[in-house]
Design a protein around this ligand. Sequence first.
Ligand code: 4AD
Ligand code: MG
Length: 463
Amino acid sequence: MESVRREKVAALLKSQAGRKVLAKGWVRTKRGNKNVAFTALNDGSTIHNIQIVCEMSRFTDEMMRPVTTGACIGVTGTLVESQGSGQNVEILADEITVYGTADTSYPLQKKGHSLEFLREIAHLRPRTNTFGAVLRIRHAMAFAIHKFFNDKGFYYLHTPLITASDAEGAGAMFQVTCLDLQNPPKKEDGTIDYSKDFFARHTNLTVSGQLEGETGALALGEIYTFGPTFRAENSNTPRHLAEFWMVEPEMAFYEIEDNMDLAEEFIKYLVKYALDNCMDDLQFLNDMFDKELITRLQSVISTEFARISYTEGVKILENSGRKFEFPVYWGADLQSEHERYLVEEHFKKPVIMTDYPKDIKAFYMKVNPDNKTVRGMDVLFPKIGEIIGGSQREENYEKLQNRIKELGMNADSLWWYMDTRKFGSAPHSGFGLGFERLLLFVTGMSNIRDVIPFPRTPKSAEF
Ligand code: 4AD
Ligand code: MG
């Protein structure tokens, strides 16, 4: 069997009939009669299956018995033009090798399992059409992110996952420790002595690579990070994960307007990349889950995002006559219901909102001359709400130090960050794109647990 080179199903389906081929993959379905058996084979290279035709004059029932849904097989045969509809070519089998059988306890026997059920078998769900499509799109988007920045001369900077600082000042962090939790070393005042811990200090998993990213931007000019980030907020929503991937570009000499331009160009590039490169998978998701998916993607790349200030946004919401669950007033942190009203009902397109009250935003944002608002920006998307959060950074040493004091933050562990303002500081800006939020938009899936292979959420870390 091995004399013919294995080809992937995606390539076979596009190639010319009339030659010997070898395909390997997992059986999706099998049907037939006493004369012929039809097996749909999928190897993950495409949403489409290749049909394997076994004439029962060549195969015995015994040979076909282990070829069941879920089994892994290799097939040699002739690629022939298909007699049936739905495919151009199929494989007329000479020989089948069974690599791994799957008995009737294989959970993906039938089509049409609920997404909730599939979350309970996250180790097998990549073998479904839906998760095959989502995971291929996830890969394509990761690749496109690197391509976008590489083509623009940005450098990929690897920022640490273990850190002693809280970049967002939000306190929702997972602690990292090697101390004996039953019997931790104590200081004289009875508090835990972290100087005895592995890193000789209190450490956490990072909530954002931004602070280290800024040190990169103030040396290399334009950088981006792309890695996992961790938040221990107890939010059980369809848009929050405890472990999610974030893309964080950071650019020297960018003002807030340049930052907005880059964010808009970036998202449009990614959506266009998906439309240009993932159409088979998008079409499947469009047909199965969200009939407006492809139209929505096309409309985003052809419309200019609305740009409004927080103050204008609050006025629109106050004048909307709408009863919201959470009240709207100047100073309130906008909720997803408010964001979605602005995007889906008022503007009917993505919105970039800027100049938020400083009290609801992180310490590093540049304060406006009004001393009330900061140069922050959120990009708000239909169905998702906030997809990007970013800002121009405070580059002035004294102003930043006062802000840290004002917020009662621990300035000591940020000495290295403050040094960037002390030595050759520069205006700079950046933002963070939630990778899974982007994927929610691009795939049309409605729960963030369904766009990452192994979701981490409160009370759930199996697999
Ligand atoms: O708005 P956030 O908290 O901003 C930052 O972390 C900044 N340091 C980014 C920067 O300026 N470099 O998070 C950025 C984005 C959000 O807009 C959202 O898309 C996503 O990260 N995000 C989450 N995605 C999934 N689950 C969560 N729990 C998320 N929290 C934030
Ligand atoms: Mg935010």
